[in-house]
Design a protein around this ligand. Structure first.
Ligand SMILES: *[C@@H]1O[C@H](CO)[C@@H](O)[C@H](O)[C@H]1NC(C)=O
Ligand SMILES: *[C@@H]1O[C@H](CO)[C@@H](O)[C@H](O)[C@H]1NC(C)=O
Ligand SMILES: *[C@@H]1O[C@H](CO)[C@@H](O)[C@H](O)[C@H]1NC(C)=O
Ligand SMILES: *[C@@H]1O[C@H](CO)[C@@H](O)[C@H](O)[C@H]1NC(C)=O
Ligand SMILES: *[C@@H]1O[C@H](CO)[C@@H](O)[C@H](O)[C@H]1NC(C)=O
Length: 111
């Protein structure tokens, strides 16, 4: 499911680039310190999308919280997410790859 993943990425931006006020700089490198900072429980508050399909999907979401568990040795982040969509409660977990040099996270499909 692409949407919660997009939400997670958006939630990270303010932390990874605290200096730039106007717009996030995507080339800010990720360090052990920033990984430690994002570790823990997060709540989904709001989202904004240009793409109509994402907007439609987002309107179905009632509540989301998720946990980031970074592994600084492996350069991965375990993402465990709990979503209430419609009348369903959905749990999913996935591993994100940390690309330190360009400050991005990527999601690989399950093997
Ligand atoms: C973003 O970061 C890169 C690399 O650190 C730098 O070259 C670039 O000037 C920065 N851009 C802005 C808008 O700060
Ligand atoms: C990170 O991954 C390595 C290799 O899989 C593992 O040995 C280590 O225990 C992990 N560290 C944490 C904090 O989970
Ligand atoms: C980041 O943390 C890992 C695991 O503790 C360590 O092996 C690595 O050297 C650290 N990297 C930096 C740049 O401090
Ligand atoms: C959970 O994640 C897996 C792998 O990304 C995906 O195939 C599955 O559809 C997801 N389940 C839900 C309920 O989103
Ligand atoms: C960042 O680096 C990773 C690994 O080198 C690469 O796969 C990814 O495409 C890069 N992303 C961007 C936005 O440059």
């Amino acid at each position: 499911m692409a949407l919660p993943w997009a939400l997670a990425v958006l939630s990270l931006l303010p932390l990874l680039d605290a200096q730039s006020l106007a717009c996030p700089n995507f080339s800010v490198p990720i360090t052990n310190a920033s990984l430690d900072q994002i570790s823990g429980k997060w709540f989904y508050i709001a989202s904004a999308y240009r793409f109509p399909e994402y907007k439609k999907e987002a309107s179905k979401i009632h509540a989301v919280f998720f946990y980031f568990t970074p592994n600084n040795t492996e350069d991965t982040i375990l993402l465990r997410q709990y979503m209430t969509i419609g009348d369903q409660c959905i749990y999913n977990s996935t591993s994100l790859k940390v690309n330190r040099e360009n400050g991005t996270l990527s999601k690989h499909s399950e093997p």
